[in-house]
Design a protein around this ligand. Structure first.
Ligand code: HEM
Ligand code: HEM
Length: 178
């Protein structure tokens, strides 16, 4: 895998598509009724499932793409600790982009809620109220609110730090013209 100097348009498109989908997903998650025992699957809840499954699909495509294409070489002058910590955060984000929707899918199955994507009902991953799987909802919420939003916050702060303080062109590499 040859290292290149910048992100390809495929990498950039997938990156910003995920950003747009996650923005929509968190907006829906905040707006929808809190999901408890016997909550009916209203439009917003079913929208949450649909966006979540689309995120799972796009993130899987992105990971396949990433596994077959090396990241661009770090820019000259960026300290190694920054390159390493960026890598750690990127991989944690990739893992969350898979684990979070899968936990949501398991929890919706556990609750007996149908997951319908463009009219097609997806299979249930576990049986309704299967013993030992009730924790998946709490962990899903916790990972989304605390872990994912924190990592995204750090990631954005790092981008702004490179743009405004180091002025080294790292942020521009992920922008359409960069
Ligand atoms: C990256 C994708 C996803 C994100 C960021 C996300 C985010 C969230 C958030 C923030 C909540 C808490 C809402 C509240 O405050 O009440 C939530 C709850 C929930 N989500 Fe997701 N979600 C994602 C994918 C999915 C998927 C794919 C499904 C199902 C197919 C799903 C099913 C659920 C369920 C069942 C709950 C309620 C859990 C409980 O409180 O026990 N989510 N999600
Ligand atoms: C406004 C929000 C965001 C900005 C400004 C931003 C900016 C960037 C920049 C500049 C890079 C390239 C870093 C480098 O060259 O080393 C990058 C990479 C990356 N970003 Fe973001 N990002 C944002 C949101 C997100 C979100 C929400 C996610 C996913 C949850 C995400 C996941 C990633 C990943 C996984 C990479 C690594 C790509 C790779 O090399 O495989 N970003 N981002």
């Amino acid at each position: 895998m040859a290292e290149t100097s910048g992100y390809s348009s495929t990498a950039k498109s997938l990156h910003w598509l995920i950003v747009a989908l996650l923005t929509a997903q968190f907006t829906v998650a905040w707006t929808m009724p809190h999901i408890g025992r016997n909550t009916p699957v209203t439009t917003l809840i079913s929208l949450h499932f649909s966006f979540g499954i689309i995120i799972l699909a796009v993130a899987s495509a992105r990971l396949v793409w990433r596994a077959t294409h090396a990241e661009p070489a770090p820019l000259d002058g960026v300290p190694p600790w920054q390159v390493q910590s960026a890598r750690v955060i990127h991989w944690l984000l990739y893992i969350l982009l898979l684990v979070l929707p899968i936990l949501g899918w398991i929890n919706a199955s556990w609750r007996g809620m149908p997951i319908v994507l463009f009219g097609l009902e997806l299979p249930k991953l576990i049986g309704t109220r299967a013993p030992g799987w009730g924790w998946t909802g709490d962990v899903h919420n916790l990972l989304a609110y605390y872990v994912m939003l924190t990592l995204i916050g750090l990631h954005i702060l790092a981008g702004l730090y490179h743009y405004f303080i180091r002025r080294d062109g790292v942020l521009q590499r992920m922008l359409p013209g960069g």
